[in-house]
Design a protein around this ligand. Structure first.
Ligand code: PA5
Length: 440
């Protein structure tokens, strides 16, 4: 099992500056260590999910029992923190073209927003399966149990399920929620299987809870390795500053933000990692974008997270990144070993089109592009962090996600904002509920 490799040499922040600024994080590292001993009592509780044997056993037992039903599909009904981590891990580990590649295994579908065409497409996919007497699992995931989109989509899909599984529909529903939510109570009444999201684990920090573990385990992702990766990275991110990648990365982001770089681009040089970027966008956006600081003072703090995929987005964004304003800090992420090694064949007729690519592997071409971009960034004095994943395995991806969650916790501390709440999100939810109440 290999660790992630970090390079901060082109971050634009010197070791001396880091040592000086690092003092600001010493207290928080002590608090983080304490939280690591406090199970689920602290706001930082998500760092302990990897240790929760009881929850893992419950998830594994439920996976085994649902696999006995031989389901063809699992539909994850959830939004934001309730599905972004699952999508990120599924695509990274299994590949975006999962359904095509693993077509003999269980297929996974996601119902998140209330897009009528998407939900209709999902029903069009699963209805024939149900009609033929085959099985579909509905995994509804919502910590609050009161998210409009999730509850609406769940009722549509549950009605479809009941049409074909009149007597035993209960066997095909798994509810993942907070123990105090209204949905939890309904689920218990209905005798659905239930999985608990610990009270102190917020949605965007919940990927290593049953939120991610159940659907991922069901489709064959190795969830034990996932938790191992989370635990290994947690250890590194409790170290003193200089040996703590999450603390160093947070300090770099903070220092640049204070100097006016208020955009943080996660540049992923692997197509299957795009959804890891989307997961991170929520994590940073919702955790750091705050109207008020911890003292209640209006500060309108926030770093805007963006996601780029290499080399795809070089053909759309490189001009801005290399010629535009100096307002970004970039984190390049790549995997040292991909799952395959396609080579450009030697075809005489085409040799002159682009020289020196025939006989080279695609990973070699990608490396050359990444190096080229980094040299251009150096020349343009554009700061960046570089992270090399050993591969796209469960262990590696989990390390990356844990690193990012702890980085955001440290960043929240540096900015004096609460990285665990989202008070302004409620504003639109309240208005939406008012509008729905006034419409029949
Ligand atoms: O991180 C968060 O807290 C949010 O993104 C939530 O995950 C999202 O709003 C969905 O909420 P819930 O899980 O309560 O349905």
């Amino acid at each position: 099992m290999k660790p992630l490799q970090f390079s901060f040499v082109h971050s634009g922040i010197t070791k001396k500056q880091l040592t000086k600024e690092g003092k600001k994080l010493q207290k928080e590292i002590v608090a983080m260590k304490k939280a690591a001993q406090a199970k689920y009592k602290d706001d930082r509780a998500s760092i302990n999910l990897h240790n929760d044997r009881k929850s893992l056993q419950k998830v594994q037992a439920l996976i085994s029992s649902k696999l006995r039903l031989k389901p063809e599909y699992v539909v994850v009904i959830g939004i934001g923190g309730s599905n972004l981590g699952t999508i990120a891990v599924q695509e990274a580990v299994r590949g975006k073209l999962y359904d095509q590649k693993y077509n003999s295994k269980i297929k996974i579908l996601y119902a998140d927003t209330v897009d009528t065409d998407t939900l209709h497409a999902i029903t069009t996919i699963i209805e024939p399966t149900l009609q033929e007497g085959n099985n579909v699992i509905l995994n509804v995931v919502t910590k609050s149990g009161g998210t409009t989109e999730t509850i609406a989509n769940f009722q549509v899909l549950l009605t479809l399920l009941k049409k074909y599984k009149k007597k035993d529909y209960k066997n095909y529903v798994v509810v993942t929620s907070g123990r105090d939510s209204k949905l939890w109570k309904v689920a218990v009444q209905e005798k659905f299987s239930v999985l608990e999201i610990p009270e102190k684990v917020g949605g965007r920090y919940s990927v290593f809870s049953p939120v991610g573990l159940f659907p991922l385990g069901l489709i064959g992702v190795n969830i034990t390795q996932l938790l191992k990766g989370a635990g290994d990275m947690k250890k590194a991110c409790l170290n003193p500053v200089q040996k703590n990648p999450a603390a160093v990365s947070a300090l770099i982001q903070y220092a640049h933000y204070k100097k006016g770089r208020n955009i943080s681009d996660l540049f992923l040089f692997a197509s299957d990692l795009e959804s890891v970027g989307k997961w991170y966008r929520q994590l940073m956006g919702e955790s750091i974008g705050k109207e008020k600081n911890r003292n209640g003072k209006r500060v309108w703090e926030g770093i805007t997270p963006t996601v780029s995929v290499g080399s795809t987005d070089l053909h759309s964004m490189a001009q801005l990144y290399l010629g535009g304003p100096q307002d970004k800090i970039t984190t390049f992420v790549h995997a040292r070993h991909m799952n395959s090694n396609v080579t450009v064949p030697k075809l005489d007729t085409y040799e002159h089109l682009i020289e020196n690519i025939q006989g080279k592997s695609l990973p070699d071409l990608m490396d050359a592009i990444l190096q080229g971009v980094q040299i251009a960034f150096n020349k343009g004095k554009r700061p960046y962090i570089e992270i090399a994943l050993p591969d796209k395995s469960e262990h590696s991806i989990a390390q990356f996600l844990q690193f990012k969650m702890m980085e955001i916790m440290y960043l929240g501390y540096l900015l004096n904002v609460n990285p665990f709440d989202q008070p302004n999100v409620e504003a639109y939810k309240t208005e939406t509920k008012k509008i729905l109440g006034s419409k029949t």
